[in-house]
Design a protein around this ligand. Structure first.
Ligand code: FE2
Ligand code: FE2
Length: 190
């Protein structure tokens, strides 16, 4: 069967969540002037994180569907409200409401997705939860593909873990070593 290209009624449950993200941004009543990141950026970043999460899920043998949904909603608060303060926890609350009201997900699935969203900003913490770490890594990878120093406002002891992560993820994916990341990590005292 031909791909639906997000037209019609043939969308699966994860695609319906992705459609919610796109439609919420396209129909947002909050203009860019009142946002800390633009509607256009959120569309691009969320799409990027979804596809990178998909790849990492395949590579790491993690549930791909849950990874896609957690990626789609990881910055839900930026999508609906446009500001970064406490956005990980606030995004998880939005995600829980959305997933529960869809009636398409079990409680365990919702808990797993929301845990990954709540913890996605804790890049300096390394857990044994594969989905949690996957969302941190997909987020980090997308941002570092745009800019090599996009996180420099972070405190140094947290910032060095962004560089540790991006170096490690690129190695895992067999991508060329980026000397600027290694140099920055050295500067940060690693
Ligand atoms: Fe975020
Ligand atoms: Fe993000």
């Amino acid at each position: 069967m031909a791909f639906h290209h997000f037209i019609g009624n043939g969308l699966n449950r994860s695609e319906k969540i992705q459609l919610w993200v796109v439609n919420t941004l396209l129909n947002s009543g909050i203009p860019n002037e009142k946002r800390e990141s633009s509607i256009q950026w959120e569309l691009k970043h969320t799409s990027g994180v979804i596809q990178l999460a998909r790849l990492l899920a395949q590579k790491r043998n993690v549930n791909e569907e849950l990874a896609i949904i957690a990626a789609a909603l990881h910055d839900a608060h930026l999508i609906t409200n446009g500001n970064y303060a406490e956005h990980a926890k606030k995004s998880a609350i939005i995600a829980r409401n959305l997933l529960e009201s869809s009636q398409n997900f079990s409680k365990d699935e919702i808990d797993e997705i929301c845990e990954a969203i709540t913890k996605h900003s804790e890049k300096h913490i390394y857990s044994s939860n594969k989905l949690v770490e996957l969302i941190k890594d997909a987020d980090c990878l997308d941002c570092f593909l745009y800019t090599g120093n996009g996180y420099d406002e972070k405190p140094k002891d947290v910032l060095r873990h962004y560089y540790k992560r991006i170096i490690q993820i690129r190695r895992e994916l067999g991508l060329p070593e980026e000397k600027c990341f290694i140099k920055r990590l050295t500067e940060l005292g690693e």
